[in-house]
Design a protein around this ligand. Structure first.
Ligand code: SAM
Length: 203
């Protein structure tokens, strides 16, 4: 199929998608918001006054939702890409896996946080196996970061792909958290291997 036809198909699919239409109507930057909303409604994650980190936040729908939902909270969002201004969010443009970025996050809070969210995913290369593995590595790196950064009753939520990296992610999660759940929100496309891991209570 030509590149033109692929992108026309993508545009048609987007226009038919109820979550895309809903996100446009409600002023959210991405349909991804409804995945977080479902996770939040099921696991009661976002509460007033909490400190939260949003990893891989661009274009920003999760941060928009968090900023609306959390009153008197502190939210930091980081992405490789620029995140357009969102009220009450402190943003960093950078690679989360680099020590420099992680030190900036630590310096900003100077304390442990209540929630770490990660929707980080690598740009698709066309090789699904490699993409799923690299995204798995991002999740593992976020779990390792959570170990010292989350309060003992803290919550960690991350995108994962059910693939070759799943066992490694579970191993890291089990070594870090007491409670682990895997959940696929309705808003996550059925044909995608995307799921979310929700972890609670640092060991
Ligand atoms: C699916 S998008 C996130 C969508 C976002 N949750 C929202 O609601 O708008 C994945 C993001 O992860 C980011 N990302 C991938 N690797 C990263 C890294 N090493 N550090 C920071 N961000 C990263 C990408 O730039 C991309 O913007």
């Amino acid at each position: 199929m030509s590149k033109n036809k692929i992108s026309k198909n993508w545009i048609n699919k987007q226009n038919r998608d109820q979550y895309v239409r809903q996100s446009r109507a409600e002023g959210y930057r991405s349909r991804a918001i409804y995945k977080l909303k479902e996770i939040d409604e099921k696991y009661k994650i976002l509460k007033n006054g909490i400190k939260l980190i949003d990893l891989g936040a661009a274009p920003g729908s999760w941060s928009q939702y968090a900023a609306k939902k959390i009153k008197n909270g502190t939210i930091l969002s980081i992405d490789l890409k620029e995140i357009i201004e969102i009220e009450n969010i402190f943003k960093i443009k950078g690679d989360f896996t680099e020590l420099e970025s992680q030190n900036k996050i630590k310096k900003y809070f100077n304390d442990k946080v209540d929630v770490i969210l990660s929707d980080m995913a690598v740009n698709t290369s066309g090789n699904k196996y490699l993409d799923s593995n690299s995204t798995g590595e991002l999740c593992i790196s976020a779990i390792k970061f959570s170990r010292n950064m989350l309060k003992s009753k803290g919550i960690f939520v991350s995108k994962i792909f059910m693939g070759s990296s799943f066992n490694d992610i579970m191993k890291e999660a089990k070594a870090t958290f007491k409670e682990i759940r895997i959940y696929k929100p309705q808003a996550s496309r059925k044909e995608s291997k995307e799921n979310f891991i929700i972890c609670k209570y640092i060991l």
